[in-house]
Design a protein around this ligand. Structure first.
Ligand code: MSP
Length: 671
C-alpha cells in the first residue's frame, strides 16, 4: 500500500492457447477481469491488468503445420484475433504478453536460473532429472493418471480424445516435497482460493499426496530451449505460468515487476476451474523454490456452457458473441455474461435468457427509468438540471433517491463490496434494486401531478434533481460492467466524459441550471417473433391472398350507415400499420397541441409528431404501445420532422390513443 492509502493490485487472466481463434469462454474470464479492474480503478486504486496468449507446445506446432504455416506466423495471426476481439469487448488491459516474445524468453531464463538452484522445504534440491512414462494428452499438454481418464480408451474428459503413452527423460520439479508448505499457505489464507469449494478441492489434492511434475520435454520442438540441457524445451506450463512475472519485466527487475509483483497488496489470478491446480500448486511451489513472492489470491470461475456442454471450437459448441455484440451492443453482452450466472458456478447460455434479461433489465427497467426522468426534466425544467435540495430539505413523501442523497457512500460500499468479492451478479442485482426503487419513486410521486400544482413547483424540482442524481449514481456503479452505457447516460445528463473517475461516486455533482445532453434510446427493446406470431403471419398471408380475390362484404349486405366509398383490400394493404412503443416524449415549444415522440418499431427508432399534448402528459406516455401508420411520407410540423402518424379516436374533441389488450411486441404488423 502507498502512503496515501492507495492500494496496488495485479490482475491476470490465463494466457489463452494460440491453437485457435478466441471464443466466448475466453471473453468471459477477460470481461470479468476487466470489470474488477475498472471497479478498483474507480475506487482510486492502482491496478495492472494483464492478459495474453500462450503460444508454445506440440499442439500449436502440429496445428500450424497441418495448415501449412510456420508456427510463429500462425501464432501472430491468432494473437491478432485476440487483440481485435478484446477491443470489441472494451477491455482495458495494460499489457498483452505473448510467450514467443523475447522479453518472455529472457524472463523464463532468469526464472530458471533461480529455480535450478532452489531448495525444497525438506532440504532436497527442487529440480532433478528422471524418466517419465505415462498417458499424455497433447491438447492439455499434460500427463494424466488413469483415474483422470475415461476408460477403456484412456480418453481425456476435457478434450474427448484418447491420450498417448509417452516415455522420456525429463527435468522434474519436486512438488511432492511441498505438500505441507502448500497446505499452510492455503489454510492460513496467505493464498486465498475462491470459491470455497475450489479451495477444498485443492486441499483434498494436497492431502492425497502430490506428485512431482516434469519441467521439460524432449519431444517438443516449439518452445523455449532449456539452457545447458540440449534437446529439452520448457514444459508448456512452466513457460506459461511464468508469463505473470515476465510480462512485468522480471528479466531486468523493472519498475512494474517491483510495484505490481513484489510490492503489490494483492496478486490476483483469474481463470476457469480446470486450471486451478496449476495455479494453486505448481505455480506457488515453483515461486517459493525460486525465492520469489507468490500469488495472494486465485479465483476459479465456472464454465459457460451451451446445451449443458463446455464451449469448444473443436466440438462445434460455440456462441457467436460477435453477432450479439453487433446486434445489441457490447454493454448488453458484458451485462448478460456477468449477471446471468454466479461467477464461481457453471451456467448455461441460451438466446432466450439473453433476450429475456435484456428486455426486462436493460430496455424496461434501466432504459425506461432514464427516458422517463429525462423527458420530465425537458418538460418541467426546460431541459436543465433543476435546483438542488439542501440536506435539510424535508420532503413530504420518502423516496429512494432521497435515501441515496443521505447515504450514497453506504450504498456504493455495498455494491463495491460485491465487486471486491467478484460477485458480479450480486453487484448488479444491488444496482438494479436502486433502479427499480427509482422507478417506483416516479410512480409514487407522480411528478406530472405535482406539475399541475404551482405550490409544488419547488418540491418537483428537488424531486427531479434527486432522481437525476440517483440515475447518475447507478450509471457510475454499473460502469465497471457496462462502461459504454454509463458514459451514454452521463452524456444524456449533460456530463459527457471519456471515463468515469473516483470523484463521480460523490452525490450531488449535477450542476443546477446545466443543460441535459441529447436524449437517445439506451437499450432498444429486442423484438422476438414467437412461433405463434410466425404461424399467424403465415396464416394471415395465405388468407390475405385468398381474400383479395373475393369481395370483403357483399354489396347488398353493406350497412346503410357507411356512406363513404369503399376500398378494396389491396388499397387497405398499402397502409403499413405497426405496433410501436414510445421510448421518449417531449413537448414542442410554441406548439400547445403537439408532442415530439421517439417510438421504437423493434429494429428501428423513429421520431413522430402527434397532436395529443392536450390529453397526455409526455412522461406518462413512455413505455406505452401505440398504433402507428408506418409508411406515411415524412412531414414537417412546426419545424419538427415527423416520420409516421399514430392512431387515436376523438372523444369530445380529445384524442384517445388506440391500445392493445395483450402485450404485443413493437414492430408487429396490424391488419
Ligand atoms: N494456456 C492455458 C492457460 C495458461 S495460464 C498460465 C489455457 N489456455 S486456454 O486457452 O485453454 O484457456 C483456458 C481458459 O479460458 C479457462 O481457464 C477460462 O479462463 C477460459 N475458458 C475457456 N473456455 C471456457 C468456458 N467454456 N467457460 C468459461 N471459461 C472458459 O488453459
Amino acid at each position: 500500500m502507498t502512503t496515501s492509502g492507495q492500494k496496488t493490485y495485479y490482475h491476470t487472466t490465463p494466457i489463452y492457447y494460440a491453437n485457435d481463434v478466441p471464443h466466448v469462454g475466453h471473453a468471459y474470464t477477460t470481461i470479468a477481469a476487466d470489470a474488477i479492474t475498472r471497479a478498483r480503478r474507480l475506487l482510486g486504486q492502482r491496478v495492472f491488468f494483464l492478459t495474453g496468449t500462450d503460444e508454445h507446445g506440440q499442439n500449436i506446432e502440429r496445428i500450424a503445420r497441418e495448415r501449412g504455416v510456420d508456427p510463429q506466423v500462425y501464432c501472430d495471426g491468432i494473437a491478432a484475433r485476440f487483440v481485435a476481439l478484446w477491443q470489441r469487448f472494451d477491455l482495458t488491459y495494460d499489457d498483452f504478453i505473448r510467450t514467443t516474445q523475447e522479453r518472455h524468453k529472457q524472463g523464463v531464463y532468469k526464472f530458471w536460473e533461480r529455480l535450478r538452484v532452489g531448495v525444497c522445504p525438506d532440504g532436497q534440491a527442487a529440480i532433478y532429472k528422471g524418466r517419465y512414462a505415462g498417458w499424455y494428452c497433447p491438447r492439455c499438454e499434460a500427463f494424466k493418471t488413469e483415474d483422470d481418464l475415461r476408460q477403456p480408451d484412456n480418453v481425456c474428459p476435457d478434450h474427448e480424445r484418447p491420450c498417448e503413452w509417452m516415455e522420456e527423460e525429463n527435468l522434474f520439479f519436486r512438488l511432492s516435497a511441498y505438500g505441507e508448505w502448500l497446505r499452510g499457505e492455503i489454510e492460513s489464507g496467505r493464498l486465498q482460493i475462491d470459491p470455497v469449494g475450489r479451495r477444498n478441492e485443492v486441499l483434498a489434492v494436497v492431502k492425497q499426496g502430490l506428485q512431482d511434475f516434469s519441467l521439460s520435454r524432449t519431444r517438443v520442438k516449439w518452445g523455449i530451449a532449456v539452457p545447458d540441457e540440449p534437446g529439452h524445451v520448457f514444459y508448456v506450463w512452466v513457460d506459461a505460468l511464468s508469463n505473470y512475472i515476465t510480462a512485468l519485466g522480471f528479466a531486468e527487475g523493472g519498475a512494474h515487476y517491483r510495484e505490481f509483483w513484489e510490492q503489490a497488496d494483492e496478486r490476483l489470478h483469474l481463470m476457469g476451474k480446470e486450471i486451478i491446480r496449476f495455479h494453486c500448486l505448481y505455480w506457488p511451489a515453483m515461486l517459493e523454490a525460486a525465492g520469489l513472492p507468490r500469488p495472494t489470491r486465485v479465483f476459479a470461475h465456472g464454465w459457460l456452457t451451451k446445451g449443458g456442454r463446455k464451449l469448444s471450437k473443436t466440438t462445434g459448441n460455440v456462441i457467436d458473441a460477435e453477432a450479439l455484440v453487433v446486434r445489441h451492443g457490447v454493454d448488453a453482452v458484458r451485462y448478460f455474461f456477468l449477471r446471468e450466472g454466479a461467477f464461481g458456478q457453471d451456467w448455461d447460455f441460451t438466446e432466450d435468457a439473453f433476450v429475456g434479461r435484456y428486455n426486462a433489465d436493460l430496455a424496461n427497467d434501466l432504459g425506461n427509468l432514464v427516458s422517463r426522468a429525462l423527458t420530465m426534466v425537458v418538460r418541467y425544467c426546460e431541459g436543465r438540471v433543476p435546483p438542488k435540495p439542501g440536506d435539510d430539505w424535508d420532503p413530504p413523501t420518502a423516496s429512494h433517491a432521497r435515501e441515496l442523497h443521505r447515504a450514497s457512500s453506504k450504498a456504493a460500499a455495498a455494491v463495491f463490496g460485491r465487486y471486491e468479492a467478484l460477485d458480479f451478479a450480486g453487484a448488479l442485482s444491488d444496482v438494479w434494486l436502486s433502479v427499480s426503487q427509482l422507478n417506483s419513486d416516479i410512480a409514487v410521486h407522480a411528478p406530472w401531478e405535482m406539475a399541475k400544482d404551482p405550490a409544488k413547483r419547488q418540491a418537483l424540482g428537488y424531486f427531479l434533481y434527486e432522481l437525476l442524481e440517483g440515475i447518475r449514481l447507478v450509471a457510475v456503479w454499473a460502469s465497471p460492467i457496462m462502461p459504454g452505457a454509463a458514459l451514454r447516460i452521463l452524456a444524456m445528463l449533460g456530463q459527457p466524459a471519456k471515463e468515469v473517475v473516483p470523484e463521480d461516486l460523490r452525490w450531488g455533482l449535477l450542476q443546477p441550471g446545466s443543460a441535459l445532453g441529447k436524449i437517445e434510446p439506451l437499450f432498444p427493446r429486442i423484438e422476438v417473433e414467437t412461433q405463434k406470431d410466425a404461424a399467424e403471419r403465415k396464416g394471415a398471408k395465405r388468407k390475405e391472398s385468398a381474400v383479395s380475390e373475393t369481395p370483403v362484404v357483399p354489396a347488398s349486405e353493406a350497412p346503410a350507415v357507411v356512406s363513404e366509398p369503399k376500398i378494396d383490400i389491396a388499397e387497405f394493404a398499402k397502409v403499413d400499420l405497426r405496433v410501436a412503443q414510445i421510448v421518449a416524449a417531449e413537448a414542442i415549444s410554441g406548439a400547445k397541441k403537439l408532442l415530439k415522440l421517439q417510438v421504437s418499431l423493434g429494429n428501428e427508432t423513429r421520431q413522430i409528431v402527434a397532436g395529443i399534448a392536450e390529453a397526455y402528459q409526455p412522461e406518462a406516455l413512455v413505455g406505452r404501445k401505440i398504433v402507428l401508420v408506418a409508411n406515411l411520407k415524412p412531414a414537417m410540423l412546426r419545424g419538427v420532422e415527423s416520420n409516421g402518424m399514430l392512431l387515436a379516436a376523438s372523444l369530445d374533441g380529445k384524442p384517445v390513443l388506440c391500445g392493445f389488450d395483450a402485450d404485443v411486441p413493437p414492430g408487429t404488423r396490424i391488419k
